[in-house]
Design a protein around this ligand. Sequence first.
Ligand SMILES: *[C@@H]1O[C@H](CO)[C@@H](O)[C@H](O)[C@H]1NC(C)=O
Ligand SMILES: *[C@@H]1O[C@H](CO)[C@@H](O)[C@H](O)[C@H]1NC(C)=O
Ligand SMILES: *[C@@H]1O[C@H](CO)[C@@H](O)[C@H](O)[C@H]1NC(C)=O
Ligand SMILES: *[C@@H]1O[C@H](CO)[C@@H](O)[C@H](O)[C@H]1NC(C)=O
Ligand SMILES: *[C@@H]1O[C@H](CO)[C@@H](O)[C@H](O)[C@H]1NC(C)=O
Ligand SMILES: *[C@@H]1O[C@H](CO)[C@@H](O)[C@H](O)[C@H]1NC(C)=O
Ligand SMILES: *[C@@H]1O[C@H](CO)[C@@H](O)[C@H](O)[C@H]1NC(C)=O
Ligand SMILES: *[C@@H]1O[C@H](CO)[C@@H](O)[C@H](O)[C@H]1NC(C)=O
Ligand SMILES: *[C@@H]1O[C@H](CO)[C@@H](O)[C@H](O)[C@H]1NC(C)=O
Ligand SMILES: *[C@@H]1O[C@H](CO)[C@@H](O)[C@H](O)[C@H]1NC(C)=O
Ligand SMILES: *[C@@H]1O[C@H](CO)[C@@H](O)[C@H](O)[C@H]1NC(C)=O
Ligand SMILES: *[C@@H]1O[C@H](CO)[C@@H](O)[C@H](O)[C@H]1NC(C)=O
Length: 755
Amino acid sequence: MKAFATLALAGLTTLATANPISPSRTHIQTRQDNSTSTAPCAQVSQYMYGDGTSVVKQEIPAELAWNCIKAVPFNATSGKRLIRAIRPYIDWQSTLSQLKNPPADYADKVQPPIDIIGGLDKIDSDIDSGRFQNEYDFGWTLYTLIQSAHDGHFAYIPDSVGGIFTWARRVPLVSVSEDGTQLPAVFVFADVLGMQFKNISYTPSPVVEIDGKKATDFLENLSQLGSLQDRDALYNNLFYELAQVSLGASGSVTGMFTGGGRGRFVYPGASTTLKFANGSEYTMQNYARTSISFRNVSTGEDLATKWFSWGREADEVQNQSKQLNTEIPKTISTAASTAISAAVPPGYPAPIIAGPQNLINGFYIDAPGYEDVAVLQVPNFVGSTSAEIPFQRVTQDFIPRALADGKTKLIIDLQANGGGTILQGYDMFKQLFPDLDPYGANRFRAIEAVDLIGQSFSAYASQFERESTTNSTILQAQASYFDYHYDMTVDAKPFSSWEEKFGPQEVNGDKYTTLNRWNLSDVHITYSSGGINITGYGPLANVTGPPKFNPENIVLLTDGYCASTCTIFSELMTKQAGVKTIAMGGRSNKNRIQAIGGVKGVNNYQFGYIQQLAQYAIRYTPSLNSSILKRDYYSDLPFNRASGAPGVNTRDGLAQNDTSGVALQFVYEEADCRLFYTPEMTVDITAVWKTAADAQWGNSGKCVSGYSQKRNAHKTTTKLSPRRVHISQAQVQGFEDSFALQTQCKMTGDGFMHP
Ligand SMILES: *[C@@H]1O[C@H](CO)[C@@H](O)[C@H](O)[C@H]1NC(C)=O
Ligand SMILES: *[C@@H]1O[C@H](CO)[C@@H](O)[C@H](O)[C@H]1NC(C)=O
Ligand SMILES: *[C@@H]1O[C@H](CO)[C@@H](O)[C@H](O)[C@H]1NC(C)=O
Ligand SMILES: *[C@@H]1O[C@H](CO)[C@@H](O)[C@H](O)[C@H]1NC(C)=O
Ligand SMILES: *[C@@H]1O[C@H](CO)[C@@H](O)[C@H](O)[C@H]1NC(C)=O
Ligand SMILES: *[C@@H]1O[C@H](CO)[C@@H](O)[C@H](O)[C@H]1NC(C)=O
Ligand SMILES: *[C@@H]1O[C@H](CO)[C@@H](O)[C@H](O)[C@H]1NC(C)=O
Ligand SMILES: *[C@@H]1O[C@H](CO)[C@@H](O)[C@H](O)[C@H]1NC(C)=O
Ligand SMILES: *[C@@H]1O[C@H](CO)[C@@H](O)[C@H](O)[C@H]1NC(C)=O
Ligand SMILES: *[C@@H]1O[C@H](CO)[C@@H](O)[C@H](O)[C@H]1NC(C)=O
Ligand SMILES: *[C@@H]1O[C@H](CO)[C@@H](O)[C@H](O)[C@H]1NC(C)=O
Ligand SMILES: *[C@@H]1O[C@H](CO)[C@@H](O)[C@H](O)[C@H]1NC(C)=O
């Protein structure tokens, strides 16, 4: 079993098992004239094991690993088959035609158009014309095609890109403004840390060049290989940030520059040279990590034999009998399940109410002048079943407690929030605004597979009473979008048939299903909510009344990294309740920026879930055995050739009262206020909260100049003045320990939600 070919979604593993590959072939003639002992992969093996048999080093010089991965010959047959096998899944991506032809505002300010289907066609013809030099060239081309959609729900990470090596740099950076007014400059984080916690003897100087390029150009360029769509959010994601670090291995740890998040897939070169404004230079050696065995691997062919699953004819046999899994797909993903174990992450005070795995915490600000401010820090919307109920409970407990303690203002700190359980977003909104009716319309692309699955599920589900049941076969059908009873129309009416729900409606040159909304009163809703009862509905229908905090006394604080469920929550909070936003950081300019920079699609499906839907549809309706569902969704090649669990965004979100038909993903919206990070904010989260509270409720309007004309010229931070925070050696140690954190198995993309 390949270490990396595991599916994150519980219950789907049997549909996507990798074929164990026999490591019996021994030596294959190398393609290079190199002898096996000096061939690139032999050097990796030698480096890892020395002359012994146990691993001595798991971190390999980047260049050694690079030469090895580039030595895997391209398997054109498998490549062709892979492209063919993933197309049916990619058809589910809700934004395909909008990506190709986005609104002008999006193309100007966010990302350029991208033709995904055209890109797949091009890869196909490039295979035919022999363009790919090696397997990695092919893998990287496929990876970057999908990544260029800048949709955190849409990812295909080929084996050669994510399954063998990942990459890293050792020196985390930050982008800070000395006083919150001057333009931010890039500093080595250790300098900023040293400046404040230790007695360093030099004055930190900003990084002005990286590998001979202007630092900000280099970094903006690198940031474009991230998963978010917004460029300021992408820029923030390069750096060390307390909220990301608080998520442990499930966040982007010390930043994309150091190989956190999507940075781990980007080869950083053998070394990286930083040049500082004071003239000095520093060169770091970059490294690769691997979690697979390189024993007896000498050549690229050896590596392929042992660790690549090229697929066999048998993978495409249409009628192989499959063991269908009867477990109900959970509303979760594993992305958030490996949070940092430390009780209090570096830079955070002790919470008033602590939630599970640091995914949610309630704080007060222990400083004069902030006695009336409470902070609900929500860097995630939960990805593991065990955390769902405790997560909901934190808000349930914290809000009344804060009110009882005299707090009249609430900061909801969403920094680093990549999403989680959809209905936790609705629930939190309802806890804060019990009398508002959350809108949340969505649509699928109206493709044939969706129609066939819907016909089958709806017909099967309709045979049974809609009532509480433990029969998982019935639940599987009834607690699903594909049973037309499970959602409601935009006017909160039931759909009368699958045909009505499917449509299709032609909008801006593509066909979509009829807009629908969640029926939060549905009898099966807890199967989609991760087990929580949703505030305001069902057993909690008795929770009603005016808001606990008036909208002007709440502010959403983001770093642009607000994706998936976080964007659903933010949409409800800002559009329906009128709550304002503050966006932190961004590129080194004084322009207005967006607060919500991550995927605004409202549901992702892993390929494995789509495969399961197709196979269930055939099981419910055997005549579909001769349909495209059988033809297109039985190959396991897409799973065997992927690192992690590939996925697509299946549902577009649409704004309330929208008449344009443009999905929220393509709507550009500026934050109500922008603040720069200062040095203190990179080591003390309360510095962020205080500045946000001042900007929102204080007398001194502190938003950067795009928002008020009070600020003067575009002066850039050139040095940091000493400013020490009193803090223990143990706390300094906490920061230093965080440098060793590595992004692990973020298998569901960088925005995630289920079902
Ligand atoms: C040996 O392999 C290295 C790395 O792939 C390559 O640069 C070098 O040219 C090869 N040597 C010969 C003699 O082919
Ligand atoms: C290439 O992949 C095909 C399956 O698609 C497989 O049959 C073949 O053995 C592979 N070639 C090599 C050299 O491994
Ligand atoms: C900082 O270091 C200098 C020289 O090493 C020393 O003279 C000074 O007392 C130190 N200051 C503090 C606050 O430790
Ligand atoms: C120049 O700045 C860098 C980065 O802050 C620092 O490491 C170095 O010691 C400084 N050099 C001098 C001579 O001050
Ligand atoms: C940006 O990236 C492109 C390719 O991705 C490269 O050609 C270009 O030189 C890069 N520019 C900078 C400033 O790093
Ligand atoms: C590596 O090769 C040696 C000698 O051919 C063999 O004894 C050993 O079992 C192999 N180890 C692995 C892990 O395949
Ligand atoms: C699969 O199809 C082949 C021929 O098309 C047939 O001989 C075989 O019995 C079928 N297997 C199953 C499990 O249906
Ligand atoms: C679930 O219900 C279906 C349809 O009535 C029935 O065929 C199946 O046996 C039931 N499964 C269980 C485990 O009771
Ligand atoms: C929502 O679900 C409840 C409970 O199953 C049902 O009574 C109600 O009619 C549904 N609402 C709509 C609009 O379908
Ligand atoms: C949801 O409500 C039901 C019915 O009142 C109750 O049995 C169940 O314990 C509740 N679940 C949670 C997680 O509170
Ligand atoms: C609502 O009902 C639940 C039981 O279903 C109860 O635990 C809760 O206290 C009630 N809440 C209010 C505000 O009445
Ligand atoms: C949509 O229109 C309705 C009716 O005019 C209004 O009450 C509601 O606030 C509007 N929603 C938004 C998000 O503007």
